[in-house]
Design a protein around this ligand. Sequence first.
Ligand code: FAD
Length: 388
Amino acid sequence: MATEPTAPVVIVGGGFGGLYTALALAEVRHHQPILLIEPQERFVFLPLLYELLSHELRSWEVAPRYDTVLAGRGIAWLQDRVTAIDAAERTLTTASGRRLPYSQAVIATGSTTQTFGIPGAAEHCLAFRSLGDVHRLQQLIATLRKRRRPLQRLAVVGAGASGVELACKLVDELDGCAVVELLEQGSMVLPQARSFNREQALLALQRRDVRVRTDTAVHAVGADQLSIGSAGETLPVDGTIWTAGIRAQPPALSAGGDRGSATGRGQLACSTDLRVIGVDNLFAIGDVAQVPDATGDPLPCNAQVAFQQATCLAANLRRAAVGETLQPFSYNDRGEMMSLGRQEASITGGGLTLAGRAAYELRRLAYLTRLPGTGHRLRVAAGWLSDW
Ligand SMILES: Cc1cc2nc3c(=O)[nH]c(=O)nc-3n(C[C@H](O)[C@H](O)[C@H](O)COP(=O)(O)OP(=O)(O)OC[C@H]3O[C@@H](n4cnc5c(N)ncnc54)[C@H](O)[C@@H]3O)c2cc1C
């Protein structure tokens, strides 16, 4: 099937990489037709999911609807899921059975929770990456608070940033009705964090009496117990939240699209200009893409990388459309911010280290400037001002 001249640039996935690429692409006048394919109704600003759990922020602030964010932008949105991409034909197939042509396509389908085949983990653990997950966790917290049985316990698996941030917020929300255990198979909490943030996180965990167990692998998960550690200890639990790993979730590719081996996350191997290696007119961005940094190491999977890649990718898509040479993506690490419980955070970056309430407010403000669309940013800012 020949590609029609008017076939759009299709962006698959409307998260940090995909939505911000579409918005950046639509910023120039007379841009190419843009189609965003995303199954969810709302974009979720994932770094603020903890504040949604704790009711410090409202769902419309953290998760604006796509039709609102995209209104008047010249970006078409199809609420569907892409199941396969045929690069030779330049077509995509969706879950609802549509077959759509593209001129260039971007895979920005992000990642999902990885449970490493641990028995019972997929069935019994809660995840923490969607509005549904927040709702389920809020219901569990409400049940535990109402029941107030002795020795209630929640386990958080994985002491990376997500696990630590979630453990702190959980304790504050549980209000003493359950103990929180943080289980980590490695030898330390937050191995990749800046040292100041790690110190602040450890203090925050200590203050909340989170039981941190390092060098403790989870071997099996049941509905109300975990098997942990080298001795196979049984840990009774009222719920387990799994934050221990991620894996990429690209649609099936008809040909090419090798999985990079550096991270073990099943990401698509990409060149520095964000093209999927070996596949013409196909790009990838964010958690689904394994892109080398200046030293050849893979870039981390985080919102900052996806957000910065979006600007570079939009420019490269425009260059590709007119046959110009593409430019490599260069990551500018602007620092690290962590949520550490109610009205508490820690920040390292731009020559600044800050913790506590001031860091919480600064983090909130920094993220306000990153929310998608000026209209949405203004509505959120107005809401905060009126609360204040
Ligand atoms: C709870 C939590 C907190 C986080 N906090 C931080 C933080 O503080 N700082 C930071 O830098 N990073 C943070 N991250 C990581 C960051 O959110 C991710 O790295 C970032 O969202 C990756 O962007 P992405 O576009 O690759 O994927 P996502 O933002 O996950 O978006 C992927 C999108 O693709 C859609 N999709 C999936 N499959 C298909 C398909 N087949 N067809 C069409 N659409 C599809 C999904 O519905 C989703 O909307 C956090 C992550 C989580 C889960």
